[in-house]
Write a protein that binds this ligand. Structure first.
Ligand SMILES: *[C@@H]1O[C@H](CO)[C@@H](O)[C@H](O)[C@H]1NC(C)=O
Ligand SMILES: *[C@@H]1O[C@H](CO)[C@@H](O)[C@H](O)[C@H]1NC(C)=O
Ligand SMILES: *[C@@H]1O[C@H](CO)[C@@H](O)[C@H](O)[C@H]1NC(C)=O
Ligand SMILES: *[C@@H]1O[C@H](CO)[C@@H](O)[C@H](O)[C@H]1NC(C)=O
Ligand SMILES: *[C@@H]1O[C@H](CO)[C@@H](O)[C@H](O)[C@H]1NC(C)=O
Ligand SMILES: *[C@@H]1O[C@H](CO)[C@@H](O)[C@H](O)[C@H]1NC(C)=O
Ligand SMILES: *[C@@H]1O[C@H](CO)[C@@H](O)[C@H](O)[C@H]1NC(C)=O
Ligand SMILES: *[C@@H]1O[C@H](CO)[C@@H](O)[C@H](O)[C@H]1NC(C)=O
Ligand SMILES: *[C@@H]1O[C@H](CO)[C@@H](O)[C@H](O)[C@H]1NC(C)=O
Ligand SMILES: *[C@@H]1O[C@H](CO)[C@@H](O)[C@H](O)[C@H]1NC(C)=O
Ligand SMILES: *[C@@H]1O[C@H](CO)[C@@H](O)[C@H](O)[C@H]1NC(C)=O
Ligand SMILES: *[C@@H]1O[C@H](CO)[C@@H](O)[C@H](O)[C@H]1NC(C)=O
Length: 503
């Protein structure tokens, strides 16, 4: 039995992570932690969360319960205080007693939201091993909590049923229990909207005070970065393209394809970072049939961010993109070596930190992207946390359980305080801006009319998209609990596919 009570978390547990690991659980900032009597109808939730940026959920507060609404389907989760009378609401998708004492998660982002709130002491099962990157969640998985037993669905159901709530993604594995709750933070149309899902998770733990404080800090830091970037870099905005290559597989009729991502949140954050997005005419799910047509669309791009699902080195990227002699192409992203992948932070098995902290810490993500677009925005230059310059052979950073020092602490935000940073003005003659067109503030729109493309709509596009989307949206969340190292990498890839397309 790996599930240890807190009091039994003694020397044995401590010895397996950093010797200095703190195992104290704080209750500061949690409200109404005690159960009430059924006759008590006083207002328990005096600190509420207001949702400002997120568009896909809402929370309504009542005296002893909360209603969390799914705004895309009007489905409803009823969260009621333990001990209180279960409210009679006949259209509810699930009734959950709060504050949740035993929780489980199938997705890396749900796990990280829980860690950010400092309520990971409630986690009993995680379906995300071994792709989990967060050091303390790795430590929990290694020493304290169980993964789901995916080889035995009866055992998995039993594990799920033993919890008050099981956080999952739509289309995820084993969503057929009565305590399944979906979150879709990755579908939000802005980075702040994604981050604000911390309030959704907080509602289950009566952790509104923590969530409001956390989100308020993220939001104001984000807004400060956006304002300073706009002030300093409005007239020198590099064009950023988010791209991916899909190798031939059984899911795409063994035909390779190339893609540009049009995720809404990316437009917003790229503009906020003092840059411009590469956009194209036509439907926003364009798949290129040939490497050449894809490369043509990248001709005026300054910075490439490659999100292909397999990790690889620069030479492999060039090969996959059909570039045999880079010196023959005068694309500025190539000539100035501005080719990034969001894969700098990884787990030993190749899980990407990209699917964890940047979803909640929108300010840290924006800071990173400003660092990609304007590397000298701070005096001594900026090294991004998640973006790795592939063209410069930058190496990955691997996090393990030994990097955890405070297993039950709230995961801290890695962003610097923008207000204390003195942004440096751009020098257009600096090599960092070589090829960047000045005084262009609009996104760059590439005309697709002459390209070999298959057009589709978001999520359910043409033939290629169909098969790959199908495979990713039905298989990807399942991936998150892949146990073997080999399948973990493939499965993380599948999740990446889902996130890339889903936007
Ligand atoms: C351990 O964590 C608790 C709760 O977060 C905190 O109050 C305490 O200061 C920490 N102790 C050490 C030694 O870091
Ligand atoms: C959800 O409810 C709102 C307002 O009650 C309504 O306008 C909308 O059409 C509903 N959506 C669905 C999918 O039922
Ligand atoms: C379900 O009930 C809640 C609360 O009464 C309401 O806000 C929501 O719109 C309802 N949903 C549907 C689909 O009727
Ligand atoms: C998971 O299920 C398999 C197959 O039933 C079983 O052999 C294994 O012991 C179970 N593991 C856990 C941790 O329950
Ligand atoms: C699967 O798990 C159930 C419940 O724990 C157990 O009764 C059953 O024997 C397991 N099946 C196998 C094949 O191990
Ligand atoms: C849930 O779904 C799994 C397959 O995904 C199935 O084996 C299991 O019996 C189902 N459990 C319930 C309670 O329906
Ligand atoms: C809302 O419903 C849609 C459609 O069923 C689902 O994809 C999504 O995950 C749900 N969101 C939440 C927060 O439950
Ligand atoms: C799959 O590829 C083969 C060979 O290129 C082609 O003949 C076939 O029509 C393709 N099938 C689909 C469904 O695109
Ligand atoms: C991208 O460009 C197309 C074609 O001009 C336009 O319709 C669309 O609104 C643009 N997308 C964004 C997010 O600006
Ligand atoms: C990166 O590594 C490749 C392969 O080892 C090498 O050919 C290339 O010169 C290196 N590039 C840089 C910028 O160090
Ligand atoms: C993680 O731990 C390793 C080994 O102790 C250490 O070398 C590395 O610097 C740590 N990484 C981070 C990001 O703290
Ligand atoms: C860009 O705009 C600024 C302010 O309007 C102007 O001073 C500058 O000459 C322009 N630069 C170019 C290259 O057009």
């Amino acid at each position: 039995m790996k599930l240890l009570s807190l009091s039994s978390l003694g020397i044995a547990a401590v010895s397996v992570y950093a010797a200095s690991t703190n195992t104290t659980v704080s209750t500061a900032g949690l409200q109404s932690t005690a159960c009430v009597s059924s006759s008590d109808n006083s207002n328990l939730y005096t600190t509420v969360s207001e949702v400002k940026h997120a568009q896909l959920f809402s929370i309504d507060y009542h005296n002893t319960y909360k209603i969390v609404n799914n705004l895309s389907t009007n489905s409803t989760y009823v969260l009621y205080q333990c001990g209180s009378t279960k409210p009679s609401i006949n259209n509810a998708s699930a009734f959950i007693e709060i504050p949740v004492k035993d929780s489980a998660a199938w997705s890396t982002s749900a796990a990280v939201f829980i860690e950010t709130l400092g309520v990971q002491n409630t986690l009993r099962n995680l379906g995300t091993a071994p792709s989990m990157v967060s050091a303390c969640l790795q430590a929990l998985l290694q020493n304290i909590i169980d993964p789901f037993n995916e080889s035995n669905s009866t055992a998995t159901d039993e594990q799920e049923d033993a919890n008050d709530v099981v956080f999952n993604m739509p289309g995820g594995e084993d969503t057929n229990t009565t305590n399944t709750v979906y979150s879709v933070e990755y579908l939000e149309s802005s980075a702040l909207g994604r981050a604000e899902w911390v309030k959704f998770f907080a509602a289950f733990f009566n952790a509104e005070e923590r969530a409001n404080k956390l989100f308020g800090a993220i939001e104001s830091n984000y807004n400060c970065y956006a304002a300073k970037a706009d002030q300093e870099y409005n007239d020198i905005r590099p064009v950023i393209a988010w791209t991916s290559y899909a190798a031939p597989t059984e899911y795409n009729n063994n035909t390779a394809y190339w893609q540009i991502s049009y995720a809404d949140y990316k437009y917003v954050i790229v503009r906020d970072a003092g840059a411009r997005m590469l956009n194209t005419t036509g439907p926003q799910a364009t798949i290129f049939n040939t490497a050449q047509s894809f490369l043509d669309a990248l001709e005026d791009v300054d910075i490439l961010i490659d999100e292909s699902f397999v990790s690889y080195d620069y030479n492999t990227l060039l090969k996959n993109y059909g570039i045999t002699d880079p010196s023959k192409l005068d694309y500025s992203w190539l000539t100035t070596s501005r080719v990034f992948r969001p894969d700098r932070i990884q787990s030993t098995s190749g899980g990407l930190g990209w699917f964890e902290e940047p979803i909640i810490f929108a300010d840290a993500l924006l800071e990173d992207l400003i660092g990609v677009a304007h590397p000298k925005f701070v005096q001594d230059g900026y090294t991004p946390i998640w973006f790795r310059n592939l063209a410069k052979n930058e190496t990955v950073v691997v996090l393990t359980a030994s990097n955890c020092t405070d297993i039950y602490a709230q995961l801290p935000d890695s962003a610097q305080q923008c207000s204390s940073l003195d942004f440096q003005s751009a020098n257009p003659s600096d090599a960092d801006y070589s090829g960047v067109e000045v005084n262009q503030t609009q996104d760059l729109i590439y005309d697709l009319s002459d390209s070999e493309v298959i057009n589709g709509s978001d999520n359910e596009g043409g033939s290629h998209t169909d098969s790959s989307t199908h495979s990713s949206s039905s298989d990807a969340p399942a991936s998150l609990f892949a146990q073997s190292k080999a399948s973990a990498v493939a499965m993380v890839a599948a999740l990446a596919a889902l996130l890339f397309m889903a936007n």
